[in-house]
Design a protein around this ligand. Structure first.
Ligand SMILES: Nc1nc2c(ncn2[C@@H]2O[C@H](COP(=O)(O)OP(=O)(O)OP(=O)(O)O)[C@@H](O)[C@H]2O)c(=O)[nH]1
Ligand SMILES: [Mg+2]
Length: 363
C-alpha cells in the first residue's frame, strides 16, 4: 500500500491546523497510522505544538515554505514513511501558493511511491467574500491575489467555519464558489464542530485528480503579497513570582495588548496565535482579523509555576515595527505575578518565493 499524502492549503487563519488535528484524530481512531507535517518561514511554530501528540507525531519544515525547500519537505515525508505512516497530512504556509506546480507535480514525477490526494484548499467565509464578492477588505490587494490563486489551483475547495453562517449565507457562499470554479469539487465543513469532515476525508482518500490545476502566477505580486506581512515567531519562558499562577491570564493579556497596538496602527491581522504549555497541558489563543476578538477554545485556568509561551504573528506591517511592538508587549508580561524571559525571537519579512522545482503547463 502506497502512503497517502493529503496537502491542505488555504490562507492564514482559514482553519487548516484545526482541520488536520481533527482529521488525524478520526483517522487514528479508524486504526490508521497518521503523520503530520507543518511548515513555516522560521522555527517555533504554534501549529507544531498544537499537533504534537497527534497520530505518529509531527515533523516541522522550518526556514522556508515547502516549495522553496522541496528537499526538506521530501525528507519530512520520508521520515514519516519510515515510521510506517499510512496517511500523511501536510499544512503549507498560509501565504503560500503555486503548490500544484511546485509541490504536487514535482512529487508526482519524483515519488511514484506516494499516493497524492486531491489538493484541498480551505477558505473562511470572510476570505470567500473578499476573493469572490470583492467585499471591502483591509488586506493588501496582493494578499487577496494570493488568496484567489490558492482557490484557483485547488482540486477540492472547502468552505470552512460554516458554523458561523446562517443557512442563507452558507448557500450563497457555496453557490459563489461553485459558480466561480465549476470544475472543482466544492464542500462545506466546520473544522471546529466536525461537520462535513468525514465526507471530505472519504472523498480525498478515494482519490481523484491531484495538482492538475496549474495557474499562471505573477511572482512579483505573489512576493509583494507575502512581503507586506511582518512575520514573528517568539518563545517566552514564564515563571511565577510566588506559588501557582494561571498562565492563561498573561497569555490573553499579551494577545489583547498586541491586538490594541495593531488597532492603533490599523494593521490588518493575518493570524495572531499563542500556545501556552505547563504541566503537560496547553491553552491556545487566536485572532484572525483586526476587527475580531481574541478567542480561546478552552478558557479554564492553566495553573503552574513555569510555562512556555509560543507566540506567532503574521500582521500587515513592516517587520521592524512588529518587532518593536512585540518586544514591548513581551516586556510588559513581567510584573507582580510572573517573570518573562524571551528564549527565541525571529521577526522577518518573507523573502521572494524561489521554488526548488516548478512544473510548466504545456499549453
Ligand atoms: N468558528 C469556527 N472557527 C474555526 C473553525 N476552524 C478553525 N477555526 C478557528 O480559526 C482560527 C484559526 O484556525 P487555524 O486552524 O489555526 O488556522 P490555520 O489555517 O491553520 O492558520 P495558519 O496556520 O496561521 O495559516 C482558530 O481560532 C480556530 O479555532 C471552524 O470551523 N469554525
Ligand atoms: Mg495552521
Amino acid at each position: 500500500m502506497r502512503t497517502k499524502l493529503i496537502v491542505v492549503g488555504g490562507f492564514l487563519g482559514s482553519g487548516k491546523t484545526t482541520l488536520l488535528r481533527e482529521a488525524a484524530r478520526r483517522l487514528t481512531q479508524q486504526g490508521k497510522a497518521v503523520g503530520l507535517i507543518t511548515n513555516d518561514q522560521a522555527p517555533g511554530l504554534v501549529d507544531t505544538a498544537i499537533l504534537t501528540g497527534s497520530g505518529l507525531g509531527v515533523m516541522e519544515v522550518a526556514g522556508s515554505c515547502f516549495c522553496c525547500n522541496f528537499g526538506g519537505f521530501e525528507n519530512a515525508i520520508q521520515s514519516l514513511i519510515d515510521k510506517q505512516a499510512d496517511i500523511i497530512l501536510a499544512e503549507p504556509v498560509g501565504s503560500c501558493t503555486d503548490l500544484a506546480a511546485t509541490i504536487m507535480q514535482p512529487l508526482q514525477g519524483r515519488r511514484p511511491d506516494i499516493d497524492l490526494a486531491p489538493l484541498t484548499v480551505l477558505s473562511s467565509p470572510d476570505q470567500v467574500r473578499e476573493a469572490l464578492r470583492k467585499s471591502a477588505s483591509a488586506m493588501h490587494d496582493s494578499a487577496v491575489y494570493i488568496l484567489c490563486l490558492q482557490m484557483a489551483e485547488s482540486d477540492y475547495l472547502l468552505l470552512n467555519k460554516v458554523d458561523l453562517l446562517d443557512a442563507i449565507e452558507r448557500a450563497a457562499l457555496t453557490g459563489l464558489l461553485r459558480e466561480a470554479f465549476p470544475s472543482k469539487t466544492v464542500g462545506e465543513i466546520s473544522a471546529r464542530t466536525g461537520d462535513g469532515i468525514d465526507g471530505w476525508l472519504a472523498s480525498v482518500l478515494l482519490g481523484g485528480e491531484a495538482g492538475k490545476n496549474i495557474v499562471d502566477v505573477d511572482y512579483d505580486r505573489y512576493a509583494e503579497g507575502e512581503a507586506v506581512l511582518g512575520w514573528l515567531n517568539a518563545a517566552i519562558q514564564l515563571q511565577s513570582v510566588e506559588g501557582d499562577v494561571d498562565f492563561l491570564r498573561p497569555t490573553l493579556a499579551l494577545m489583547r495588548r498586541l491586538h490594541a497596538e495593531f488597532r492603533e496602527t490599523n494593521s490588518e491581522i493575518g493570524h495572531l496565535k499563542a500556545i501556552v504549555e505547563s504541566g503537560g497541558q496547553q491553552r491556545v489563543a487566536n485572532l484572525t482579523r483586526l476587527s475580531g476578538e481574541v478567542a480561546t477554545m478552552d478558557e479554564s485556568p492553566l495553573p503552574g509555576t513555569r510555562a512556555l509561551l509560543t507566540l506567532n504573528a503574521r500582521v500587515q506591517m513592516p517587520a521592524p515595527a512588529l518587532e518593536t511592538i512585540a518586544r514591548r508587549a513581551i516586556s510588559a508580561l513581567s510584573g507582580r505575578a510572573v517573570a518573562a524571559s524571551t528564549t527565541a525571537f525571529r521577526c522577518l519579512t518573507p523573502g521572494r518565493p524561489q521554488p526548488t522545482y516548478r512544473y510548466h503547463n504545456q499549453r
